[in-house]
Design a protein around this ligand. Structure first.
Ligand SMILES: *Cc1c(COP(=O)(O)O)cnc(C)c1O
Length: 339
């Protein structure tokens, strides 16, 4: 079975498992896990921020970031495609007490004008004030679309002008950096907080990081405990994260190359794609995502049905060039026959 449902399906590599087995650990709720501490410092340094926090999931990283920077009753501005708007079960409403103002944007990328148009800070008891903006890089529902450093900087200026905080949901931040040949820290320089996932293309079994200024990370640390994310000998997982950051970032370029080749081969057969594919994911336009997904499964390829007229395939470090060829052949049989 060739599993293209998501880059979350990646398995820990042999080197990673070896590092995990040898990790020095302690009780992280007491702040005594040296490997967690090392990962948090490493991540903060890597992204040019003061402090880092290791959390179990990207969802918790985003939620803690939102709750640490916006009070209940306030409003967050984000794209209509944003993961925290679509896929996090209304947690920011339920636990954060936050209202959202969503921007249509293009492929989930908001322009500074889009953001500015949603700013609401009138001194009138009718209104909830916008105090936080959240961008996503790369955009999951935008087929891996990337913000450039200049686009992030422009949104950063809008936030500064209106005294709003800026969060980056960088679940796939390193895909955005590798695809553009820029440093990840450059992509997030204007952001107050940044979350990223170790458990996706980077190949760790679990874990995400939240980085930002010391005061915000301190609030997020308390929120992590309140949300049930205080882990004990989490150094076993943190070791996997450190290994991923040190060894698996450059390989993301290979995932991007395979996604591109996959797309080009199928386009040559008349298969159409719903959106551009600048990083590791492709969204194929189909009439009936459920039946196509089932047919591909029969042909040995797993994909995700998405919305009404798309299926998603994601390339990741456990997909080889041979797998790529097999997947192309299976998709040709299923998709070209179905057309
Ligand atoms: C996967 C993802 C998350 C959430 O991460 P989990 O670890 O699955 O909770 C958040 N944002 C984006 C853009 C994602 O792709």
């Amino acid at each position: 079975m060739i599993d293209l449902r998501s880059d979350t399906v990646t398995l820990p590599s042999a080197g990673m498992r070896d590092t995990m087995a040898k990790a020095e650990v302690g009780d992280d709720v007491y702040g005594e896990d040296p490997t967690v501490n090392r990962l948090q410092d490493y991540a903060a340094e890597l992204l040019g921020k003061e402090a880092g926090l290791f959390v179990p999931t990207g969802t918790m990283a985003n939620l803690a970031a939102f709750m640490a920077q916006a009070n209940p009753g306030e409003t967050v501005i984000l794209s209509r495609q944003a993961h925290p708007f679509h896929y996090e079960g209304a947690n920011i409403a339920m636990f954060g007490g936050l209202l959202t103002r969503t921007v249509a944007g293009k492929l989930g990328i908001m322009s500074p004008e889009d953001v500015e148009a949603e700013v609401l800070q009138v001194d009138d008891p009718h209104f909830s004030h916008t105090t936080l903006v959240s961008i996503e890089n790369t955009v999951n529902r935008g087929s891996g679309a990337c913000y450039t450093p200049a686009q992030v900087a422009a949104i950063g200026h809008v936030c500064k002008r209106h005294g709003m905080r800026l969060h980056c949901d960088g679940a796939r931040l390193f895909n955005a950096a590798v695809a553009q040949g820029v440093e990840a820290r450059e992509l997030v320089a204007p952001c107050d907080t940044v979350s990223f996932c170790l458990s996706k293309g980077l190949g760790a079994p679990a874990g995400s990081l939240l980085v930002g200024d010391r005061a915000t990370i301190k609030r997020a640390h308390k929120l992590r405990k309140m949300l049930g994310g205080g882990m004990r000998q989490a150094g076993v997982l943190a070791a996997a994260g450190l290994y991923a950051l040190e060894n698996h970032v450059a390989g993301l370029a290979e995932d991007h190359r395979r996604a591109r080749v996959f797309r080009e081969r199928l386009e040559a057969n008349g298969v159409t794609f719903a959106m551009p594919s600048p990083t590791n994911m492709v969204y194929i336009a189909v009439d009936d995502p459920l039946s196509i997904t089932a047919a591909l499964y029969e042909a040995g390829v797993q994909v995700l049905p998405h919305d009404v007229h798309e299926i998603r395939a994601v390339f990741h470090r456990d997909i080889t060039d041979d797998d790529l060829e097999t997947a192309v052949a299976a998709c040709r049989r299923v998709l070209v026959n179905a057309a």
